[in-house]
Design a protein around this ligand. Sequence first.
Ligand code: GAR
Length: 226
Amino acid sequence: MTRAHQLKVAILISGRGSNMAAIARACAAGRVQATIARVIADRATAAGVVLARQLGLEAEVIEAREGAGRAAFEAALMRSLQDCGAELVILAGFMRILSADFVQHFAGRMLNIHPSLLPQYKGLNTHRRVLEAGEREHGTSVHFVTDELDGGPVICQARVAVLAGDSEQTLEARVLALEHRIYPYVVGLIATDRLELRGHTVVLDGRALTAPLFYPHDDELKQATA
Ligand code: GAR
């Protein structure tokens, strides 16, 4: 590890928080050299808030007040991120669209995980839409966040086969299991200064990625997440 201190990350959630927990466990186990400064939920009812506290993490709820609008919400969120010293913002099932200005502030320092093989199936209900379209494969993508929804440069993907008889739930469960492997891995690459965004190019170990890292085809990724 070359950096003088552990990377401080904030994780933003809206729901269950299983990806947040996977990253937290990887940090606690020393597999990822990062410190979770704060978990922030935009819904008081998010189950992930309870889970975060069970994991010993500081969890805060910032709800968008009715009528107050996005600007007030984002101002509160920005204060919280600055207050906890977050150097990397990790969206993990965070279902709110952030403004272009907000995203720009964290250019190259904000990640998202999206349950599809981007650029296919941006947006909501990806598992259902994949099943309805009769696709034979599906997956998940970790990407840098830009102001284009689900459109930022993709860092890493994992693929699953769609099986005969799959329901949304069975398909989601297999995708989620892979998310829990690849998301901590990508955070670890950033925490050790191996991965960064230069312009629109993802750079790993000083070289531009010509295609996303692919689980399980990438050997290092496979080993690191075994
Ligand atoms: C994950 O599958 C994530 O990919 C998806 O929400 C789920 C959150 O699960 N994110 C999106 O759909 C963002 N557009 P979790 O709360 O258990 O981590």
